[in-house]
Design a binder for this molecule. Sequence first.
Ligand code: PNS
Length: 167
Amino acid sequence: MEKKMNSKVAIYPGSFDPLTKGHMALVERGLAMFDTIIVAVAESRSKSPLFSLEERVALTREAFAPNKKIQVESFSGLLIDYAQECGVSVVLRGLRAVSDFEYEFQMALMNRKLSKKIQTVFLMSDLQWMYLSSTMIRDVALHGGDVKGLVPECVFTALKERMQNKS
Ligand code: PNS
């Protein structure tokens, strides 16, 4: 995607295993502050993701396809290195509840220690999606619960297929 001169760009990183409606709402709201948001799907190998990196990127791309201001990429290694490669100095993250704070605070401070050039900007999650997490979605889907409406349609289908193949 071509970047405008002086355009404001942020990176929204995460494992997105899988992408939820909570992530999507946050990115949409982020576009009130940024011209372009790069949704950066982390390899997150240590987390043994349910979906491969390629699958997570493909699903995330499909979900955001109608919006040209949202670019979906993957990265491995340190987030600050990826941000520097992209020439982007803002990392966008969502905060749901107090329980998120410690982890997010640690991560933001570690990133700042690693690079003074990167600033982390937090947006509060929508009240509607406050309880939602990828972990919760995986767990509910794994146990046969209905996650319709909580994830984009492409993710819903992919989860259904993955669960059918498991049984
Ligand atoms: O959706 P997640 O799993 O909470 O996202 C965490 C993520 C991917 C943003 C974080 O683990 C990350 O930035 N990983 C890349 C490696 C890195 O830079 N680690 C140091 C930052 S603490």
